[in-house]
Design a protein around this ligand. Structure first.
Ligand SMILES: C[S@@+](CC[C@H](N)C(=O)[O-])C[C@H]1O[C@@H](n2cnc3c(N)ncnc32)[C@H](O)[C@@H]1O
Length: 189
């Protein structure tokens, strides 16, 4: 399946994938940084992973908790001859991050938004010197920037995302907050 068809498939099946303008920003970062190793949290069906593999020479490690999505992505990577450049891990990123022991030049953070803050110390340690953290959906439908909360259900995630942004400002010497897509944080170690 080509990436255009995959986007249509994901939209039809309510599988959240990289927004088109976020994709452009990610491609710019890949071209600029030319990472050799990339870690992705949240493979979903392999859309963003394919973008990463297509637009760099990197070796990708990608984590997904959902078995069906993991299997779908596995097929896609195989179909596109990416298998040699991918380590797909099935499981809960919160657990897996604790046991990874290599360094990554770029981390694409796109798993559960309420967990970004908890995952940050692990991600920071896994980043190479000069490595880049690229976190998607940091404004979470714009709610993180506003003062009100749409429903009680989202309140915790919004508060945690605000704390995540503040913590990144403390930890990283260089951070950018972009309005593209659903909000992007790019931080350089
Ligand atoms: C926004 S989607 C990822 C989209 C994908 N990066 C793309 O742009 O093509 C988030 C994914 O994170 C997965 N996920 C949720 N909780 C997770 C966890 N604890 N560990 C790993 N993956 C998780 C979901 O199943 C979902 O597929």
């Amino acid at each position: 399946m080509d990436l255009k068809d995959l986007r249509t498939f994901a939209e039809k099946n309510f599988i959240p994938i990289l927004r088109e303008n976020t994709e452009k920003v990610l491609i710019d970062i890949l071209k600029k940084e030319n990472p050799k190793t990339v870690l992705e949290i949240g493979t979903a069906v392999g859309y963003s992973g394919s973008i990463i593999l297509k637009n760099s020479q990197c070796y990708l490690t990608t984590i997904e908790i959902d078995e069906n999505r993991f299997a779908f992505a596995k097929n896609l990577f195989k179909e596109n001859n990416f298998t040699d450049r991918v380590n797909q891990i099935l499981g809960d990123a919160n657990e897996i991050l604790k046991n990874l022991n290599k360094k990554f030049d770029l981390i694409f953070l796109d798993g559960p938004k309420g967990q970004y803050l908890k995952q940050l110390p692990y991600l920071y340690n896994l980043l190479s010197d000069n490595g880049t953290l690229f976190a998607d959906n940091i404004y979470y439908h714009g709610w993180v920037k506003g003062n009100d909360y749409p429903t009680h259900k989202h309140r915790t995630a919004i508060l945690r995302l605000r704390a995540f942004i503040e913590e990144c400002k403390n930890k990283f010497p260089n951070i950018q907050l972009l309005d593209d897509g659903d909000g992007i944080l790019i931080a350089k170690k």
